[in-house]
Design a protein around this ligand. Structure first.
Ligand SMILES: NC(=O)C1=CN([C@@H]2O[C@H](COP(=O)(O)OP(=O)(O)OC[C@H]3O[C@@H](n4cnc5c(N)ncnc54)[C@H](O)[C@@H]3O)[C@@H](O)[C@H]2O)C=CC1
Ligand SMILES: O=C(O)C(=O)COP(=O)(O)O
Length: 389
């Protein structure tokens, strides 16, 4: 039986894909084999000894201690693209909320309760205070052209905006999906100097923390509207407060409000609703569960953020999976040990990603002795071994 712990509410449509004769699912387990999580912060959590994999039902993995997981041989998955349409739609809503004072107007309209028959006239008299601008013809800078950024860029272009994209690491897959009408920014300076709206669709990492700071605000037009449906830590709050105060930023729309931004003027705060649609929650849960099962049952790795992709058809016989440091001479030590122990390799796959190498080895025996795992684990540089019978 595999034990799967859910750290957030995970859509049952996904969880039902765990067959109950082989899986136990609960929100509390002392030593689970797998964890499924959404946004809960795991950095202070001690990783359970049996833990083999963490699946993030969503895109951002900044809530997961990736390096610690890698060092302990724990494979971390996410579900790329599974919630991208939901975030695209809310980002488009953000563009409109940044342009027309719909939020302020709604608040004001509620204050008219009790004015009886006067309400329609008061509405007409007061609406001037909430007028705005159109997005058509304005320039949008999209920073990050991944699953979400490409959809946002294409949708904004279809709504009549001029769109400039910026992503020095754009993947071929996403480049193919980008409308040819989306312009390529030559660099940050020209991108920000030309933008009426800037939207962030990049991950939060050590490299991107405080990505929007006083230097970037300096490059922006006065009255720019900034959208952040990516992560709060991408924007430096002190510099944002100064940019709002000086009129550089006309509106900041954020899906990640904090105590600091809640107190600022001109900020529209959304309570992290980007991926909160029935469709996205289902998509993410199904993908997370499928990837977790594929790894636990077959050792195959699909959409991991810390391990290489590795898929090999299981042709029968015992399967041994081994993760090791990506250094020379590991495969030969492992295969020599297998030969010494009398195992013939029927099929083998070796993949690597950064510091990690991962092997899937099928042997032509139905069962492998569990003690074999300990012998492989004793080879210096081996991080994780598991036998799948
Ligand atoms: N508001 C919400 O509920 C949600 C927020 N997100 C956030 O959005 C982020 C992006 O999500 P996806 O598009 O699905 O991820 P993705 O991995 O498909 O795309 C991210 C893109 O950002 C690019 N990038 C990375 N560093 C960059 C930099 N310094 N400058 C320019 N581009 C850079 C990458 O090359 C990649 O193309 C997630 O990491 C997460 O933080 C994602 C889903 C839901
Ligand atoms: O997928 C992401 O990165 C998100 O921010 C969505 O978070 P959530 O699953 O709604 O807690």
């Amino acid at each position: 039986m595999f034990k799967i712990q859910t750290l957030n509410k995970i859509d049952p449509e996904g969880l039902k894909n765990f067959p109950l004769d082989r899986y136990e699912i609960a929100s509390e387990f002392s030593n689970p084999d797998g964890i499924i999580v959404r946004s809960m912060k795991m950095h202070d959590m001690k990783l359970p000894g049996n833990l083999k994999a963490i699946a993030r039902a969503g895109a951002g993995v900044n809530n997961i201690p990736i390096d610690k997981c890698t060092n302990q041989g724990v494979v971390v998955f996410n579900t790329p693209g599974a919630n991208a349409h939901a975030v695209k739609e809310l980002t488009i809503a953000g563009l409109l909320l940044a342009s027309r004072d719909v939020a302020g107007g709604i608040e004001w309209a509620k204050t008219l309760i009790g004015q009886g028959d006067q309400v329609p006239a008061l509405i007409e008299a007061g609406k001037n205070n909430f007028a705005g601008q159109e997005i058509r013809g304005k320039t949008l800078a999209v920073i990050g052209l991944g699953a979400i950024g490409v959809l946002v860029a294409n949708a904004a272009q279809a709504l009549g905006m001029k769109v400039l994209g910026y992503d020095p690491f754009i993947s071929v897959k996403h480049a193919w999906k980008l409308s040819r009408n989306v312009g390529r920014a030559e660099g940050m300076e020209s991108l920000l100097a030309n933008a009426d709206y800037v939207t962030l669709q990049i991950p939060l990492s050590d490299e991107t923390k405080n990505f929007i700071n006083k230097d970037k605000f300096k490059m922006m037009k006065d009255g720019v509207r900034l959208l952040n449906f990516a992560r709060g830590g991408l924007v430096n709050n002190t510099d944002l407060a100064a940019a709002i105060e000086s009129g550089k930023v006309a509106r900041y729309v954020t899906d990640f409000p904090d105590e600091g931004t809640l107190k600022m003027d001109k900020v529209i705060s959304i309570p992290h609703l980007g991926a909160s649609t029935a469709e996205s929650e289902t998509n993410c849960a199904i993908m997370a569960v499928d990837q977790m099962r594929e790894f636990l049952e077959n050792g195959n790795i699909i959409n991991s953020v810390n391990f290489p992709a590795a898929e090999m058809e299981h042709t029968g016989g015992a399967r041994i999976i081994v993760a090791n440091k990506n250094i020379p001479n590991m495969v030969s030590q492992i295969s020599t040990l297998l030969a010494t122990e009398g195992y013939n390799i029927a099929n083998m796959l070796n993949r690597n990603k950064a510091e990690i190498a991962y092997n899937i080895i099928d042997v032509d025996r139905k069962q492998a002795d569990p003690a074999l795992a300990d012998k492989i684990a004793a080879i210096s540089g081996v991080i994780m071994v598991r036998i799948i019978q």
